[in-house]
Design a protein around this ligand. Structure first.
Ligand SMILES: O=c1ccn([C@@H]2O[C@H](COP(=O)(O)O)[C@@H](O)[C@H]2O)c(=O)[nH]1
Length: 236
């Protein structure tokens, strides 16, 4: 298990890659300068072995499987993630209070300190997306409603856009962790992300952790791009 002290808020998302290429990329990165995120694509393709390999290289791993199921299934999946030794795991807040609080309880009962967070509204969604999935009201209201539900369920924080960070810190408190994907430098393509923010603005507004995938992983030199991004955070 990892003993590296991580000095950076950046979590690099390992997507669009194979087992061997993901490990090759990991070997170019310093576990003191970033954590790594294993998502649905990587985990479906490679299984728990990829997590074990990243741990053996000293990385803390965010297992981003966004569980969304009935309470017992959600909680047992979260427990299985904790048994893998991951640093952080997540569920969808729309799984509801019962699923979230049961998942947290199973972690506590098992003596795990794995962080448990919930996704509010995916950063690929914009205000125009919500009516089509039957959500009334504004996007900000919906994010805030789900963040409060997550906090009331005893979880450690939420996934949201950095654009919502200021309001959520006020609403949920400074200790409630905000994990923000949709991070882009001004010169980057936004790809399929709608609610994007620069790393510096995200940190300034209260993000605790920045999830960054393609901006780093598709760079000619991912380690150098990580350093460039970290340099934009100097003094924050
Ligand atoms: O709301 C969400 C929740 C999760 N993600 C994940 O973060 C990364 C972002 O990758 P980029 O290449 O930097 O866009 C990706 O793994 C998503 O599954 C998210 O983007 N938004």
């Amino acid at each position: 298990m990892s003993t590296t002290t991580v000095t950076s808020p950046i979590i690099v998302a390992l997507d669009n890659t194979t087992y061997n290429d993901a490990l090759r990329l990991a070997d170019t990165l310093d576990p003191a300068l970033c954590r790594l995120k294993v998502g649905k694509e990587m985990f479906t393709r490679c299984g728990p072995q990829i997590v074990k390999e990243l741990h053996s290289r000293g990385f803390e791993v965010f297992l981003d499987l966004k569980f969304h199921d009935i309470p017992n299934t959600t909680a047992q999946a979260v427990l299985a993630a904790a048994e893998l030794g991951v640093w952080m795991v997540n569920v969808h807040a729309t799984a509801g209070e019962q699923a979230m609080s049961l998942a947290k309880q199973r972690l506590v009962d098992g003596g795990y300190d794995t962080l448990l967070i919930a996704v509010t509204v995916l950063t690929s969604m914009g205000a125009d997306t919500l009516p089509s999935i039957g959500v009334q009201g504004t996007l900000d209201e919906h994010v805030q409603r789900l963040a409060l539900l997550t906090k009331q369920s005893g979880l450690d924080g939420v996934v949201c856009s950095a654009k919502e960070a200021k309001a959520l810190k006020t609403l949920c408190g400074q200790d409630f962790k905000l994990i923000t994907p949709g991070i882009r430098l001004p010169e980057d393509s936004s790809d399929d992300q709608k609610r994007i923010c620069t790393p510096a603005d995200a940190m300034h507004d209260g993000s605790d952790y920045l999830v960054i995938g393609r901006s780093i992983t598709t760079a000619a030199d991912p380690a150098a791009k990580l350093q460039t991004i970290l340099a934009t955070l100097d003094g924050q």
